[in-house]
Design a binder for this molecule. Structure first.
Ligand code: FAD
Length: 448
């Protein structure tokens, strides 16, 4: 039995950061990862998704360049080579996997390339070794959840499958309306795939501000993505020519691939949690207190598995705070009310703070400024794309409660706005700030 201070299960965003920080503070740390280091974000999430989003937007950029004077050489046709992009992306991810391994090793963390499970409150088994760990950090993330609609389990792809498709399909159906569904619909459409997004509800990104929902729906349709809203799926079956999706109402729809992107569930199976006395929540999540401790004092958990906010920077911030509580040092607590986020659709979306609907509930007198405009980069492209900037603030130019944007590089821009909102900047502070001209960002300080 090996005696250690911390056993980390899961080498993704939260686990890697937690392991490194604890080791840097002198703890004896072992981390088990049964797949590739870096977890969902690096291998099957943020990173490959954003690289694919770039791949698909370069097509638009080349078309747009024509209005700015560029011409393709005579006879040259624009073609997208899926296999080249996929293989280049995979090489980049391999490079990142190695960096993660190096950083862990340099910090003094022992890596076990195997599944791990608890055999008691302080006991973990991984590979052929058993450990007696003073602390255990569960950072096992989440996995795609497929509804039990007939045919989905057999025929549907999930987001994990899209990154390694042997070839690009001609027609795709994306089911869902969360950020993963709308991002993949835009990515596939930008690569030339005839794409339909189907969803049982009336809108997309329902937890985002209404102005974002409306503009995204218009922009997706403008790009040629067919949106079938209020269309619950009843069955998916295989035909000689593809996959046939049938709906409670409306015409059936055929495509070459069907991507089910309707949610994710925490990874808690096979971890020996319940056998070790760790309580699992109703949604399959691992409930923790404000220090990320489960009902068993030596077992902690961070990231997607706790079922709070499934984003990489949140998993990292939770891990840093959790480890600081146990092994010393300082890390700020996570402010769950002010988590900025981006959605890498075409155009991009970003947001921080309250939506208009939520703000009106909490601050009935709040005010709101919205500006919808054609971004300058499209002055000469002929692309009808619109941008939108919105600020919600307390009455009389008071504290900014929420900021929202749709437009090129919205995520890059919102990071700075998020600092101002976190520091309780007022609308008057925004108004008093000199704009950067000519940019879309200056709208944030010039709306009256
Ligand atoms: P993970 O990163 O998932 O790591 C968990 C690890 O645990 C995995 O590597 C798994 O193999 C391992 N594991 C599980 N069980 C065991 C076991 N028993 N033994 C050993 N190892 C085990 N977030 C953003 O912030 N921005 C984005 O743009 C973004 N895009 C995304 C796009 C997609 C398609 C998806 C699916 C997710 C995206 N996310 C994004 C979310 C982000 O990837 C997750 O929130 C983040 O990875 C969670 O980190 P984690 O540490 O909780 O888990």
């Amino acid at each position: 039995m090996t005696e250690i201070d911390l056993f980390v299960i899961g080498g993704g965003s939260g686990g890697v950061r937690g392991a490194r920080m604890a080791a840097q503070r002198g703890a004896r740390v072992v981390l088990a990862e049964n797949s590739r280091l870096g977890g969902t974000c690096v291998n099957l999430g943020c990173v490959p998704k954003k690289l694919m989003s770039y791949a698909s937007s370069y097509g638009h950029d080349i078309e747009d360049a024509v209005g700015y004077g560029w011409t393709l050489p005579a006879g040259a046709a624009l073609e997208f080579d899926w296999a080249r992009m996929r293989d280049n992306k995979d090489a980049e991810i391999k490079r990142l996997n190695n960096i993660y391994a190096d950083n862990l090793t340099k910090a003094g963390v022992e890596i076990v390339k195997d599944r791990a499970r608890l055999t008691g409150p302080n006991r973990v088994i991984a590979g052929d070794k058993e450990y007696n760990a003073k602390n255990i950090l569960i950072a096992t993330g989440s996995k795609p959840q497929v509804p039990d609609t007939p045919g989905l389990a057999e025929h549907a792809f999930v987001s994990d499958d899209i990154f390694s498709l042997p070839k690009l399909p001609e027609r795709a159906i994306v089911s869902g309306a969360g950020y993963i569904a709308v991002e993949f619909a835009c990515i596939l459409a930008g690569m030339g795939v005839r794409t339909t997004l189907v969803h049982r509800g009336p809108t997309v990104l329902k937890n985002f501000d209404i102005s974002i929902q409306e503009l995204l729906i218009a922009e997706m349709r403008r790009q040629g993505i067919e949106l079938r809203l209020d269309s619950p799926l009843s069955k998916l079956s295989k035909t000689n020519t593809g996959l046939l999706a049938q709906f409670a109402q409306g015409e059936p729809l055929e495509a070459d691939i069907f991507l089910s992107a309707t949610g994710r569930s925490p990874n808690v199976e096979g971890l020996g949690l319940e056998e070790s006395g760790v309580v699992i929540g109703k949604r399959g999540e691992l409930p923790v207190d404000e220090n990320y401790q489960s009902n068993v004092p030596c077992v902690m958990a961070v990231g997607d598995v706790i079922g709070k906010v499934a984003l990489t920077p949140v998993a990292i911030a939770e891990a840093m705070y959790c480890v600081a509580q146990r092994f010393g040092g300082f890390a700020p607590p996570v402010d769950y009310d002010l988590i900025p986020t981006a959605v890498f659709t075409h155009p991009n979306i970003s947001t921080v703070g309250l939506t208009e609907a939520k703000a009106r509930e909490l601050y009935p007198d709040c005010e709101c400024c919205v500006s919808t405009f054609r971004p300058m980069r499209h002055s000469l492209t002929g692309r009808g794309e619109q941008s939108m900037v919105k600020l919600i603030f307390e009455a009389g130019g008071g504290k900014v409660l929420g900021a929202h944007m749709v437009g090129p590089d919205a995520g890059e821009l919102m990071q700075g706005i998020a600092v101002a909102v976190a520091k309780k900047a007022t609308k008057l502070d925004f108004d008093a700030t000199i704009g950067i001209h000519p940019t879309s960002a200056e709208e944030f300080v010039s709306m009256r």
